[in-house]
Design a protein around this ligand. Structure first.
Ligand SMILES: [Zn+2]
Length: 502
């Protein structure tokens, strides 16, 4: 097999924390040498993998693989290859077509001969969607910002981001409109304005959102509930803390506002009445599908779904809810599996994962050995300095060099550990959800159903009563597994007759 080495690192966001380009090149070339891999060329580029068609080196490599110049890729982690669904898809297709026979990393091995489609799907799913949420580096960054009293993300309405250095970045009241925040709060408290009335009030005052548009009702609801306006940082998953920016109102007034809002909760939290509202798009013009209830003279209620037609009449017809529901249930049926099937599939995937991760264990052992060796060197160096065998500058110089090596190794170690745990978490979630899908759809609340649909689909289109539903990875794979002729055979447990759909 012939290999291309591919290294990538961008200077954006969380990627800054990834292993440096020279380190990737060095590690992979060493890996290739010690495993006797034939390397045709090493590609290396400082580009982001989030947007497709931005990487010349990557494109050249793909073209050359299609021509047959090489049939395998060696990279540090699959996230180096792609972080967007389009290019991940290209790679997956090449594996399926056996143009690409192997993607090797020091911590994973995926090949067309033994690729477990689920593993691959989860892995690439990770790269494009979940890496941001799960990144320990991002989490750590946010925690540090909160600790320093800085607003941890883009400034909320009525504030601006300000400051040049890491330490003095924060938010300041937006001179253009900050005074309207308290005015709005006063109106809500004294006149008990609804969200629509708040919106109208802001329009009357000429207050616009950051993009220069009108505020949505949902944005106003969020603004009125956000405690950051009296200085409190509240983020899910983090401890609350007081920020160091200038508040726009007092805590007392904010609490009063909350009790006013609580007293009239219905207009602020309009209950979801239509289970599929907001989850579908028009198959003709791409706009959202909305829903409404029609009450007939007999008193019987009918729920209809249709395109909002804001861009003009696209010709899409009204559809009754039952017609949509039966089609969605059918699609859900095609991926739902029984608990036993899920457990068995999970076990098989784990076994596969373990077998393919022998490299990882080996890499980890090597890293630990190296780390031990370096810490012994540090001890020895200190002894030499204490007994005056070396000068102070020699001591500091050597100590610095060793510390850099230790830092690099620790970075490597956490990369290895992280990618593994990340994948495990995703697999866990995937299998657990797979057998719960049916339950959510028969017993769940409307909100649960909507959440689930959004989690498993790329999009759901409605065109003249017909639903087309694009599943996200790796859910699409589940359909194939369930319909594969030998799937039950493969998963048969001794003594029991396991059916995926039971
Ligand atoms: Zn339409």
């Amino acid at each position: 097999m012939k290999y291309f080495i591919y290294c990538r690192k961008s200077t954006e966001g969380e990627e800054r924390q990834a292993l440096s380009l020279p380190a990737q090149v060095r590690e992979l070339q060493e890996y290739a040498k010690s495993n006797n891999l034939e390397v045709v060329k090493t590609y290396s580029e400082a580009k982001s993998g989030k947007t497709p068609n931005k990487r010349e080196q990557f494109n050249e490599m793909i073209e050359r693989i299609k021509k047959g110049d090489a049939d395998a890729i060696l990279c540090w982690h699959t996230s180096r290859l792609s972080r967007n669904p389009l290019e991940s898809g290209i790679i997956q297709q090449m594996i399926t077509d056996e143009e690409l026979l192997e993607i090797r990393t020091p911590i994973d091995l995926i090949s067309s001969f033994n690729a477990n489609d689920i593993l691959l799907g989860v892995q690439f799913g990770n790269n494009s969607q979940y890496s941001k949420d799960l990144s320990r580096n991002t989490k750590r960054g946010i925690r540090e910002k909160i600790y320093r009293g800085q607003y941890p993300s883009v400034a909320p309405a009525f504030y601006l981001n300000f400051g040049a250095t890491k330490d003095d970045k924060n938010i300041i009241p937006d001179p253009k409109n900050f005074k309207f925040y308290e005015k709005l709060v006063d109106e809500v408290i004294s006149k008990k304005l609804s969200l629509s009335e708040c919106r109208q009030q802001l329009i009357t005052w000429g207050v616009r959102n950051k993009k220069g548009g009108l505020f949505h009702k949902s944005a106003i609801a969020h603004i009125l509930r956000n405690p950051c306006y009296y200085g409190l940082i509240r983020r899910t998953g983090y401890d609350e803390a007081m920020g160091k920016w200038q508040p726009l109102i007092t805590k007392e007034k904010w609490l009063l506002l909350q009790s006013v809002l609580d007293g009239k909760s219905t207009p602020y939290y309009a209950r979801v009445k239509h289970q599929f509202k907001g989850v579908m798009k028009c198959g003709r013009c791409g706009l959202s599908i909305t829903a409404y209830t029609k009450v007939k003279k007999s008193g019987k209620k009918y729920i209809y779904y249709c395109c909002t037609k804001k861009k003009g009449d696209c010709g899409n017809s009204l559809t009754r809810e039952e017609i949509i529901e039966s089609q969605i249930l059918k699609a859900i049926d095609s991926i739902a599996i029984s608990k036993e099937f899920s457990v068995r599939l999970k076990k098989l995937t784990e076994e596969k994962l373990n077998a393919e991760h022998k490299h990882e264990i080996k890499t980890k052992e090597n890293i630990e050995l190296e780390l031990k060796r370096h810490s012994a060197e540090l001890d020895q160096l200190l002894q030499m300095r204490l007994s005056d065998e070396i000068s102070k500058s020699e001591y500091l110089d050597n100590k610095g060099k060793i510390n850099i090596k230790i830092e690099n190794l620790e970075e490597l170690r956490s990369d290895v550990k992280f990618s593994r745990e990340d994948l495990r978490k995703k697999l866990e979630l995937f299998f657990d959800t797979s057998f719960n899908i049916k339950k959510v759809f028969t017993n769940g609340s409307f909100e649960d159903k909507q959440k689930l649909l959004k989690a498993i689909t790329e999009e759901i289109l409605l065109d003249n009563g017909k639903i087309s539903l694009n599943l996200k990875k790796p859910w699409d794979t589940m359909v194939l597994i369930k319909t594969a002729p030998n799937s039950t055979e493969m998963l048969r447990v001794k003594g029991s007759n396991l059916q995926p759909w039971s």
